[in-house]
Design a protein around this ligand. Structure first.
Ligand SMILES: Nc1ncnc2c1ncn2[C@@H]1O[C@H](COP(=O)(O)OP(=O)(O)OP(=O)(O)O)[C@@H](O)[C@H]1O
Length: 326
């Protein structure tokens, strides 16, 4: 157990999660170590089926780990659920409240289960749902339901908030409103763990993030740290002259690859954008060549994600060790 660092609100050590048994057993989480610090937003990204929800459920205390250990606020969230749950807020992918209740009735019902909740009207106000208070849940739009889920998750003023794909189905304005609300919660000191398929959301909100693939964390750090490991890219179009032939570019400094896109652009990958671009432009100027549609960009989180998604599940992965006792 690693709870000596008081700034760590969540510590995940060697966690595995296995479904089924015998020959049909499947290990969805294959040995994950993570730390989430107090007051930060930690985003968990990953390809479909990477194991994000499987891991999150263990951290939320909804399911036990098959191996390894988890501490949330210094406690085991599964075995000591009664101590941890009142201090956390959980927004699942599917909430599953009775569809015949109205928005306000649902919120009041939930309100009754909490220790020191904020008033129902305030929670609905924060997510922009007050005007829908008397509408039955089944008549809410998909995005309005997500906002109701969010209202319920924050109603108990949690110290740690888990948001599993909170803005799926929200229109762009509602998504930005939800981000603003999350920012306010962070400013008030809430620790947030978020899963999302919207990389822009992670770029906007995350202090640190992890990318999962095949049951493991394969990248972890700030957005800048993760992106720094990926090459920068230069593209241009030129129909004649030596710069039109990618094979003549091999002498450019910091060059990784040079080739052509399907649409005929010359595409260069570099590990030092400034050095490569400077040398390229000097050559173009000396030769009097015009580089049309010139584009130079550092790697984005999307590029880092796509690189992960293209990695073979087992190529870099050591075998999962035999399960230790949870
Ligand atoms: N109850 C279960 N029994 C067997 N396998 C399961 C079960 N739940 C999930 N899995 C498998 O575990 C793997 C991880 O699933 P999980 O839902 O954790 O992934 P995810 O990263 O949240 O995916 P997504 O982004 O698609 O929501 C998947 O291959 C899934 O099929």
């Amino acid at each position: 157990m690693t709870t000596t660092d008081t700034s760590s609100v969540i510590t995940v050590t060697g966690v595995q999660r296995r479904y089924g048994s015998g020959k049909s057993a499947f290990t969805a989480v294959r040995g994950v170590d993570l730390t989430v610090r107090r007051g930060e937003l930690f985003a968990l990204l990953g390809t479909n089926g990477a194991g994000k929800t499987s891991l999150l459920e263990v951290v939320e205390g909804i399911a036990p780990a098959s191996a390894g250990s988890v501490r949330v606020l210094g406690r085991d969230p599964y075995r000591e659920r009664h101590l941890v749950r009142p201090r956390t807020g959980i927004m699942l992918q599917e909430a599953g409240f009775p569809a015949d209740l109205t928005t306000a009735e649902t919120a009041r019902m939930w309100h009754g289960t909490l220790g020191a909740p904020m008033p129902v009207a305030h929670a609905l106000e924060l997510v922009g749902l007050r005007h829908r208070a008397s509408v039955q849940v089944k008549s809410l739009s998909g995005g309005e339901r997500r906002r109701l889920d969010l209202a319920l998750a924050i109603m108990g003023r949690p110290e740690v908030l888990f948001l599993d794909e909170p803005t799926t189905g929200l229109d762009p304005q509602s998504r930005r409103d939800a981000w603003e609300l999350v920012r306010q919660l962070l400013e008030a000191g809430t620790t947030v763990v978020l899963t999302t398929h919207y990389l822009e959301e992670a770029e906007e909100l995350a202090d640190r993030l992890a990318i999962m693939h095949g049951g493991r964390v394969v990248r972890e750090g700030t957005v800048a740290e993760i992106v720094a490991g990926e090459p920068a890219r230069i593209r241009y179009r030129t129909s004649s002259g030596e710069l039109a032939d990618p094979r003549t570019l091999h002498a450019l400094p910091a060059l990784l690859t040079a080739g052509r896109t399907r649409t005929g652009l010359v595409e260069i990958e570099s590990h030092d954008l400034q050095a490569t671009l400077t040398a390229l432009l000097e050559r173009a100027n000396a030769a009097g060549e015009a580089l049309a549609n010139l584009e130079a960009s550092h790697a984005s989180l999307e590029r880092a994600f796509l690189a992960v998604a293209g990695e073979d599940d087992d190529a870099a992965a050591p075998p999962v060790p035999e399960l230790a006792t949870a």
